[in-house]
Design a protein around this ligand. Structure first.
Ligand code: NAD
Length: 358
């Protein structure tokens, strides 16, 4: 039985890093007979240019019976004058909503070979290994937005069921890790955060009393991510806070270009559609130069192999190949000024490691 994967290269560096994922998947498919059926479709600015719609119906139809979706990145200055639902970002928000991709998982670990590159002192980074579990289909990004006269309004809404499902996932994931959840909110000011905290407390007491739970205000969390990052295991939070905190946490590892993510529609990703993408955007400042770091994309492919295709062996091999390249001093320009390699050269190194190992 083939595994249908929909590839959405997108805009800016999206197609550049996506092309590296295709190269790696081809080799792994050959080696492990993964039987991958990879089909490409449009999203974002590229879809606006060709079809006048950031998420064409063809793309939605193709994704609807897929095992997984692999996305590059969307957006860029070319489409900056567009508004609301016409913007490239609307395509991404719509695909999350259409396929109910409510849980965004962003693992942040630190490879020894990147510890000199991080802006933080090496001793602060020891033991950093966290998983940010971000609610992805509610909150400010999906609330009503409007303008009246000279004022603008964004509404933030969360319902109990929306908070319950992400909370259950956060606690379940913590049980397979260090058994600790830091739930992040702004309960001293926001009503949605007070509902969030009440709901998290109830699910904790009723279903997961064995997991350690702490509540952290988002501003304090932003500070602790820098002052004591290794204290975190699972960070459970809502949409906007998770977006900002995960970009901040990415700097612990040295660059936005190294962190992968998975967006799940079910607790068990082998039973529902999931989307995998690097956490970075389309990086218009470096697009077209062939210098983007493909590591976040390749590590997203590894997450896809592990979670959606349930193929641990190929996932581990790919992760090892990325880490081995860094250990051998193979760095793209975001990680080193000293003879940096190009996007394709970094992937060549990953492919060499895979070929030598299998
Ligand atoms: N999921 C997505 O597709 C997504 C996520 C965030 C932003 N965006 C969009 O991307 C566009 C640019 O946004 P931005 O500049 O705020 O964020 P960005 O993540 O695109 O770039 C931020 C900085 O990080 C660098 N960077 C990012 N990825 C890199 C990589 N793989 N290798 C090397 N350097 C990398 C960029 O060069 C830039 O200096 C906007 O249109 C935004 O809406 C898309």
């Amino acid at each position: 039985m083939s595994r249908k994967i929909i590839g959405l290269p997108g805009d800016g560096i999206g197609p550049e890093v996506y092309a590296q994922a295709v190269r790696v998947l081809a080799i792994l498919d050959d080696e492990f007979q993964l039987n991958i059926d990879l089909q490409e479709h449009l999203i974002g600015g590229a879809a606006i240019d060709q079809q006048g719609n950031p998420l064409p119906q063809e793309t939605v139809d193709a994704c609807s019976d897929a095992d997984a979706i692999l996305l590059g990145a969307i957006g860029g200055p070319k489409w900056d004058d567009l508004k609301g639902a016409d913007r490239p970002e609307a395509g991404l928000l719509k695909i999350r909503k259409t396929f109910n991709l409510y849980a965004n998982l962003r693992p942040v670990t630190l490879q020894e070979s990147l510890s000199e590159i991080s802006p933080l002192k090496k001793d602060r980074l020891l033991g950093v290994d966290m998983l940010i579990v971000r609610e992805l289909t509610g909150g400010l990004y999906f609330g009503k937005k409007y303008r009246e006269g000279d004022s603008a309004t964004d509404t933030c809404t969360y319902s109990v069921p929306e908070i319950e499902r992400i909370t259950r996932l956060g606690f379940s994931l913590a049980k397979d890790r260090s058994n600790k959840v830091s739930s992040v909110d702004k309960a001293n000011v926001m009503e949605t955060s007070r509902l969030w905290r009440e709901t998290v407390n109830r699910i904790h007491t009723e279903e997961f009393p064995e997991v350690d739970l702490e509540h952290v205000l988002v501003d304090a969390c932003a500070m602790h991510l820098i002052s004591k990052p290794s204290a975190f295991d699972v960070i459970l939070t809502e949409n906007l806070f998770g977006d900002i905190l995960s970009d901040e946490a990415s700097m612990l590892s040295g660059s936005l270009g190294v962190l992968p993510s998975a967006s799940l529609s079910t607790q068990d990703p082998s039973k529902g559609i999931a989307l995998y993408e690097p956490i970075h955007g389309s990086a218009p400042d470096i697009a077209g130069q062939g210098v983007a770091n493909p590591a976040a994309m390749l590590l997203s492919v590894a997450m896809m192999l592990r979670h959606s295709l349930q193929h641990e062996e190929s996932a581990l091999l790919l992760e090892k190949a990325v880490y081995a390249s860094w250990n051998a001093g193979v760095f793209t320009a975001d990680l080193s000024n000293n003879n940096p390699v190009s996007t394709t050269q970094f992937t060549d190194s990953v492919l060499n490691f895979i070929s030598r190992t299998v």
